[in-house]
Design a protein around this ligand. Structure first.
Ligand code: REL
Ligand code: ZN
Length: 416
């Protein structure tokens, strides 16, 4: 085995951090079989909801005017405001520049139509392959909702599982956060449920989940929760979790992923861009982990203020896997801070990042930016060990990065 001296150490860590194949365990991307649901290309990139909310800070435009524009016009508007009239220094804006650069486009030309034309020549399948290669992404977990009428037929036709690089996660937000809507949807899918919480309703909701987990081969159940999510409590969410979700997860042997701390539609005029972060109560996660020691929980939280406590909680419960720097935390300073204290509290036994991409090429920037930070923080830790005489080998560095970027997820699922 090759020992590394201090000079080589950092370079090796950085190289391996940039190149280790990744399992991206939470995205909003789709396999090509899902047709138009798979967003890609310049106009989808520029109309990303992160960039929409940043653009409105520079404009007096009516929201309704923006939403009435074509996608191409919206993209032109955002490009002018965020890239030409001001410098693209924010994470999302600089990310777009990283994408252009890695796709081999001339960033200095600032010619949007050239970029459009260059990508329009490609087929979606070519672009998916190219981007996954550039970003070093091996496996992608989608977010899948049977209540979505655009998505459902793809699963019903059996085409949802064609591409082995893509995996499903069954999203259950409506069941927990909008029960009246869920009742309608379930009824129209032929499940015998009613708004009232009857035995029959529970049974049928369990049947719905089990059937869709099997149909999608879903790796986990997932939900986003507001910051005021309470557990235990005497409410619909608690009944649904205790009597439907946990029993189904146990029976199907899959984890339950909770993404906690979002306040939806703080500014409804902004659409998807109008959601906000919200402080949450970590003791809800604590109670769940204690109550169900044999159930695995994948947890991420949106408020910076919750991160340290959540990381400490992961020291107490091995059925708790913390993951990612979610959404507004997916910025350099927060990724650096969170990765550092997570490593200090948990070693490498966590999932440092997921991308949450909605547009395919975003994989390039989201992972490149995060890989650099993870590599840098890890290199600091190895250097410190080196000074004490503990010499890590290249194989060990590779193992550690493989754990964090790939294997910890699969091991937690019991699907290594
Ligand atoms: O999965 C979620 O609930 C969130 O990640 C999304 O709602 C959000 O819009 C996403 O684009 C954030 O990155
Ligand atoms: Zn998401």
């Amino acid at each position: 085995k090759l020992d590394l001296n201090l000079v080589d150490l950092r370079q090796t860590v950085e190289r391996l951090a940039l190149n280790t194949p990744v399992t991206d365990m939470h995205t909003h991307l789709y396999a090509p079989e899902f047709g138009d649901l798979l967003l890609w290309g310049i106009d989808d990139l520029l109309t990303y909801h992160y960039l929409i909310s940043e653009s409105f800070r520079w404009s007096e435009e009516e929201y309704s005017r923006f939403w009435s524009m074509s996608k191409r016009e919206q993209a032109d508007w955002i490009w002018k405001l965020l890239f030409l009239d001001h410098s693209p220094v924010s994470e999302a804006a600089s990310g777009f520049i990283t994408i252009l650069k890695r796709l081999g486009l001339d960033v200095s030309s600032r010619n949007l139509d050239d970029y459009r034309q260059a990508l329009e020549k490609r087929t979606v399948r070519e672009q998916v392959d190219t981007v996954m290669l550039i970003a070093g992404i091996e496996k992608i977990v989608m977010t899948n909702d049977p209540f979505d009428s655009a998505e459902r037929p793809v699963w019903q036709s059996g085409k949802g599982k064609t591409d082995p690089r893509f995996y499903a996660a069954l999203r259950v937000d409506a069941l927990l956060n909008d029960w009246p809507l869920a009742v309608n949807e379930l009824q129209s899918l032929g499940y015998d449920v009613q708004a009232e919480w009857t035995e029959r309703t529970k049974e049928e909701t369990r049947r719905f989940l089990s059937e869709w987990i099997i149909r999608m081969d879903a790796l986990y159940l997932a939900v986003s929760m507001p910051g005021d999510f309470k557990y235990p409590a005497d409410d619909h969410r608690n009944q649904m979790i205790n009597q439907v979700m946990i029993p189904v997860c146990q029976e199907q042997n899959i984890p339950f992923a909770l993404m906690i701390g979002v306040r939806r539609k703080v500014n409804p005029s902004l659409g998807l861009a109008g959601d906000m972060s919200m402080h949450a109560d970590v003791s809800a996660v604590e109670a769940l982990c204690r109550q169900y020691p044999n159930q695995k929980f994948l947890i991420t939280m949106l408020a910076r203020e919750n991160q340290h406590e959540l990381t400490v909680l992961a020291r107490k419960f091995r059925n708790l896997m913390i993951f990612g720097c979610w959404w507004f935390l997916h910025i350099e300073s927060m990724v650096e801070e969170m990765t550092r204290f997570r490593l200090e509290l948990l070693g490498t036994s966590m999932i440092p990042q997921h991308s949450d991409c909605r547009v395919f090429e975003q994989l390039i920037y989201k992972w490149e930016h995060s890989r650099r930070i993870i590599g840098n923080v890890l290199a600091d830790k190895y250097e410190k060990l080196h000074h004490s005489g503990w010499i890590v080998t290249e194989e060990e560095i590779q193992r550690d990065l493989d754990d964090m970027l790939n294997r910890n997820f699969w091991r937690f699922l019991g699907k290594e």
